[in-house]
Design a protein around this ligand. Sequence first.
Ligand SMILES: [Zn+2]
Length: 207
Amino acid sequence: MPQLAPITIVNVGYRSTNYWVVSAGASRLLVDLGWPGTMGRMRAALGRMDIPLSELRYALATHYHIDHAGLAQELKRAGVPLLVLDVQVYAIPIMKRWTKPHDHYVEITTDDNITISFGQSRSVLERIGLPGEIVHTPGHSDDSVSLLLDDGAAFTGDLTHSALTGENDKATVLASWRLLRERGATRVYPGHGPARPIDADPDSGKR
Ligand SMILES: [Zn+2]
């Protein structure tokens, strides 16, 4: 059995949004992908952390909102393949509606992504040295997914804090938190704000 490199987690975020680089040695996954038109800023943020763009094996957007997937196409052009869950495909073309010309958003092409099912995610992650899976965690949006590592780290994007859910999406949000807990999540790496223990969500999974 190959020796697994220890997992490290670094935030290269900016403009109040977290972009997490999850690494097994020099094999890395970028979780959430920058605001539109900010490729220079993303390159600089990676550079400050000594992370070569060429070591990013995949880019994964937790969901297709502009602050989470704005650089997907530019990252692809720079050689980072885009990993898409099948439940996210519909959301990709919709995203451009929320951009303005001055955002300099580069539209994401859909014929050259690596589209997988949740069931395939574990083996895809295993190939880049990351023990874990990607799970469907709707609530903030239907296309929201979370990266859940076997060590309990959960990258939840904008999954609403369970104390802050509106009545409309409450059941969906709580079900997503429950799923994460059942699968072993202990620590939350959100799309905005600091990492926190999952127990800091008073309601999550408890009802
Ligand atoms: Zn969002």
